[in-house]
Design a protein around this ligand. Structure first.
Ligand code: FNR
Length: 363
């Protein structure tokens, strides 16, 4: 593609995808205030470059829960990659492997966990929602372990699905040719219904997600696996402390890309309090609105160990399949390395809060 900026691939994806699918991917919940704020949040900080530092070698590599990564960038868990590319998650897995990044496959993946694992050449984690039927979760955990997944990511910001007005207006239903193949078709039937004023995604979640889940239930999952457990969707110091107390090995600071509680604070606003509430070496990941290498530099400077990227990976897949997704991930890594050089911080450990100031032009 010869990609220079992610905005180009966003335009390409929008032109290519049917409107209801574009809306499902691009949209947020409610008035989409949090969605919009995720993009402007980085403008609240200015970068403070240091000069006359030897930046002839800049090294963005990092180790995350024991896995070495070429860059501190991973693919956020997203449902149904086959909505945008006939191959789906196996193409994403190859793209992540090629670029030395992490793929977090979603519980609603449209390729089997085993096919994704066979295509992957880099680290793979599996994201779960807590379903009412625990035996289904237990089965997925067993399969993930057998297939070589290296961590489980439990998404905790979705006791129900956010009110995504675009999907309700479109009567969005997951097309029948795209299926969450890792789950029983009978469990997924509502996702394919949709219809006037309804969202298949919302209806399905109401039926299948367990809204009664509390901290004490985590022991059940903890006891079922030897894999590290990551909690995704933490936005407060209080919950960060509880996550550590209840045996989480890492957290993802995330507002679900503005798709859950509209009006929720931005991930970047939450990041410092979460980092400060946890022991210094506790891995904190970040997602939401990452579109450039300098966005990544800001999140790392505030204490994130790595970032996850959501929509841009689907744009890349939509426009160019595996190559398109790889190009998106490569560009972000290249931009980050460039930012490290111009910031005078050639190693990730040099990227601390001293790299940030208040932006004079804050949005
Ligand atoms: C998501 N996200 C998501 N998160 C999750 O834990 N489980 C899931 O199944 C999904 N599915 C999903 C589908 C689509 C189409 C999108 C866009 C997002 C949220 C995702 O993991 C991540 O938190 C955000 O996408 C990050 O924000 P950006 O990078 O998209 O701005």
């Amino acid at each position: 593609m010869g990609l220079l900026a992610l905005a180009e691939v966003e335009r390409g994806a929008r032109a290519r995808l049917p409107a209801p699918i574009w809306d499902f991917i691009a949209g947020g919940s409610g008035e989409e205030r949090t969605l919009a704020a995720n993009l402007t949040q980085f403008g609240h900080y200015a970068l403070r470059p240091r000069v006359l530092v030897d930046v002839s070698v800049c090294d963005p590599s990092v180790t995350l829960l024991g896995s070495p990564l070429r860059t501190p960038i991973g693919v956020a868990p997203m449902a149904y990659h086959r909505l945008v590319d006939p191959e789906g998650e196996t193409a994403t897995a190859r793209a992540a492997g090629r670029t030395g990044t992490l793929l977090v496959a979603g519980i609603f993946a449209s390729r089997s966990l085993e096919e994704i694992a066979a295509a992957a050449t880099g680290p793979l984690w599996l994201q779960l929602y807590w379903l009412r039927r625990r035996e289904v979760l237990a089965g997925l955990v067993e399969r993930a372990e057998a297939a070589g997944y290296l961590a489980l990511v439990l998404t905790v910001d979705a006791p129900r699905v956010g009110r995504r007005l675009r999907d309700l207006r479109n009567g969005f239903a997951v097309p029948s040719g795209v299926r969450a193949v890792n789950l029983d078709p009978e469990l997924m039937a509502a996702s394919h219904r949709g219809g006037a004023g309804a969202s298949g995604i919302e209806d399905h979640a109401r039926e299948q997600f367990d809204p009664a889940l509390t901290w004490s239930d985590l022991a059940w999952l903890r006891a079922r696996t030897r894999l590290p457990l990551v909690l995704k969707g933490i936005l407060t110091a209080e919950d960060a402390r509880l996550a550590a107390e209840h045996g989480a090995d890492a957290v993802v600071v995330s507002n679900h890309g503005g798709r859950q509680l509209d009006g929720a604070l931005t991930s970047l606003a939450a990041l410092p309090e979460v980092v400060d509430a946890l022991p210094p070496d506790f891995p904190v990941l970040f997602d939401g609105g990452v579109r450039t290498g300098t966005d990544i530099a800001v999140a790392l400077a505030l204490g994130a160990r790595a970032v996850l990227v959501g929509r841009p990976v689907l744009w890349g897949l939509a426009v160019g399949g595996e190559d398109g997704a790889a190009e998106v991930l490569d560009l972000l890594g290249t931009e980050l390395t460039h930012a490290m050089a111009l910031l005078g911080r050639p190693r990730l450990r040099d990227l601390d809060r001293g790299a940030l100031g208040a932006a004079a032009f804050a949005p």
